[in-house]
Design a protein around this ligand. Structure first.
Ligand SMILES: [Zn+2]
Length: 259
């Protein structure tokens, strides 16, 4: 499921393939994925325009097109795919931007997420919901103020997009595991020192993941071990545990992350 680093990768991809030249036409292959405008007005807003300023806020990818803004969310299975050849579109290509030298597809198998158009701040916020500041580059004091005053379980707080934007299941578990904090610990019970450690680890995980465009399932990362229910903690060798927090499966080490 795309989280901040994945969408950062999509931002670079959009910057490389989707900007700098006009969109010749827009092929809406599945109008369901256009969430707030009919295909006709979406096409009218984009055709002949050049996308500029591709940027990311949390898990949202945004780009300007004339007087409008295109907003993309990748849900569980979304991605961008460029093709320069004339092969047939992939069956999960929902919206395709055609350029003179190829086409860029918004591909999404399970159809969560979608593409929106906004011409004002309120219209954008209706699409994205209220978003907290982006988790990447957040200062320690701001992080402490946002997270450390919440009564909820720390993992659930980290994943709330209106608190800080971009953190999903894997990022939250990885940062908590590195900071040795139990995911079920109430956020407002964490000491200043532990909040500082969590902030540091989250920033480090984000920075290293952004370079790769994903949270890497490497040796030494929790993300590299969590998919196998027989896995051991990459740090101490204790059997990992799983539980549901905030509607998602939390993975943690009962030895490194005591309550
Ligand atoms: Zn451990």
């Amino acid at each position: 499921m795309p989280e901040l680093p994945d969408v950062e990768g999509f931002r670079r991809y959009l910057s490389r393939y989707g900007t700098g030249r006009p969109i010749r036409s827009v092929d809406v292959r599945d109008g369901d994925l256009l969430r707030n405008h009919p295909p006709q007005s979406f096409r009218r807003a984009l055709e002949g325009r050049t996308l500029t300023r591709p940027r990311r806020h949390g898990k949202w990818l945004l780009a300007t097109a004339g007087d409008a803004e295109v907003l993309m969310h990748f849900g569980m299975t979304g991605l961008l795919k460029w093709s320069a050849g004339d092969e047939d579109p992939h069956p999960h290509d929902r919206i395709v931007l055609e350029f003179a030298n190829g086409r860029l597809a918004y591909r999404n198998m399970r159809k969560f997420g979608g593409v929106w158009l906004a011409r004002s701040d309120p219209e954008r916020e209706r699409a994205t919901g209220r978003l907290g500041p982006d988790a990447d580059g957040l200062e320690r004091d701001e992080f402490r103020d946002l997270v450390g005053r919440r009564r909820g379980r720390v993992k659930a707080v980290l994943m709330k997009q209106d608190v800080l934007a971009g953190v999903g299941n894997l990022l939250a578990d990885e940062a908590l595991w590195r900071a040795r904090i139990h995911p079920g610990c109430p956020a407002n019970r964490l000491s200043e020192r532990r909040l500082g450690a969590l902030h540091r680890e989250l920033q480090d995980v984000v920075r290293r993941s952004n370079r790769r465009g994903r949270i890497p399932p490497d040796p030494g990362w929790l993300t590299g071990a969590r998919d196998d229910r027989k896995s051991k903690c990459p740090r101490c060798g204790t059997g990992l545990r799983w539980t549901t927090i905030g509607g998602r499966t939390a993975c943690w080490c009962p030895r490194c992350q005591r309550r």
